[in-house]
Design a protein around this ligand. Structure first.
Ligand code: SAM
Ligand code: SF4
Length: 338
């Protein structure tokens, strides 16, 4: 088990496999044009699997494949198969759902066990406004399709933005119940900078729970959160919902995750400005012991608590300036996997 300087054990890897996306969610990548990571710099499936295999020995319990939109990565089921063989106990994927109906069976067959789909609204006009693409029909159709495929876990992730989708929480919970998914409401975070985030757009956990109680009578906290980002609540109808309070009640003290950008930068925090250049190390011919040793050293040096530090900032606005973002695309949420 690898412990960092705050005693946090490394257990989860968020593996971003592409920075590209077929949506342009206003809270994530609102711009029309981005500087993409260079194709030859993307880690190959063999490189990604090697990293996971080495981390497994260091106590890694869970890999979540993400992006950008991970389903845009060519031959993703092949990577899922390779990761499933690496022996990591939990293999999960987060997708916006647009291409999922076409790929879900192949992903399941390759060994994917857990699926999270982002769904912020059930209303076509709100979807088009939030995602800047009219793709709600394919997302909903994918969701209805995947429920029959026997995934061990099916979750919905909803970023709540004031004045946009905060009136839909009760409807979204009902929809989650219909498809057998657990829904998690996420406070809108200020990662990146192109999003024009401002504090007034954040709907806090307290407000989210108030809305759920107004719709369902009660929302009782459940024990046993561990290192999971969501606090879970049981509603009066028995349904369980999660709330990820990354802005108002950050969970940095329990954070067990490492992030890898598609071009091989290892990051210790969603708010990290710099990371470890794993691509360079992997491509320098370094042996397993050296790669493992460098990753271990990197995790053990960790003391960040990015989201907690952000709560101490007075007059909080976007995290990084547009100029800095254009100079380094890795500072954006869509390159670091959300
Ligand atoms: N494209 C996939 C998707 O949308 O599910 C995977 C990548 S996306 C960056 C991963 C997660 O980050 C999504 O659930 C998304 O809603 C969340 N996310 C993106 N920007 C966010 C923000 N500003 N605040 C909170 N969550 C955000
Ligand atoms: Fe794309 Fe996901 Fe970001 Fe939306 S949240 S723009 S779907 S990466």
């Amino acid at each position: 088990m690898l412990l960092d300087r705050r005693g946090r054990a490394l257990a989860t890897l968020r593996l971003s496999v592409t920075d590209r996306c077929n949506l342009r969610c206003t809270y994530c990548m609102p711009e029309a044009h981005y500087t993409w990571l260079e194709k030859p710099h993307l880690l190959s499936f063999e490189e990604l699997t090697r990293v996971v295999r080495l981390l497994r020995v260091q106590g890694l319990e869970k890999v979540r494949i993400t992006g950008g939109e991970p389903l845009l990565r060519q031959e993703l089921p092949k990577l899922v198969g390779m990761l499933a063989q690496s022996g990591v106990p939990q293999l999960a994927l987060t997708s916006n759902g647009v291409l999922l109906e076409k790929q879900a069976e192949a992903l399941r067959a390759a060994g994917l066990q857990r699926l999270t789909v982002s769904l912020d609204t059930l209303r076509p006009e709100v979807f088009s406004r939030l995602a800047q693409r009219s793709e709600i029909a394919s997302v909903l159709s994918s969701l209805r399709f995947v429920r029959g495929l026997g995934f061990q876990e099916l979750k919905l992730d909803t970023v709540v933005v004031r004045g946009v989708n905060d009136g839909e929480l009760v409807d979204l919970v009902r929809f989650a119940g219909e498809i057998g998914a657990e829904i998690r409401f996420i406070e809108y975070m200020d990662v990146g900078g192109a999003t024009r985030w401002e504090p007034g757009l954040v709907v806090s956990q307290a407000e989210i729970l108030e809305k759920l109680r107004a719709g369902y009578g009660s929302a009782q906290p459940l024990a046993g959160r561990g290192s999971a980002p969501a606090e879970r609540f049981r509603l009066s109808n028995g349904q369980v919902v999660g709330v990820v309070a990354s802005v108002t009640r950050p969970f940095c003290a329990d954070c067990d995750r490492l992030r890898l950008t598609a071009d091989g930068q290892l990051l210790l925090c969603l708010y990290a400005r710099t990371g470890l250049d794993l691509r360079q190390l992997l491509r320098s011919g370094a042996g397993d012991d050296e790669v493992s040793g460098r990753i271990a050293e990197f995790w053990m040096s960790r003391q960040d608590q990015g989201a907690v530090d952000r709560t101490r900032v007075r007059r909080r606005s976007g995290y990084v300036s547009l100029k800095e973002l254009r100079a380094d695309p890795r500072l954006e949420m869509h390159t670091r996997g959300g």
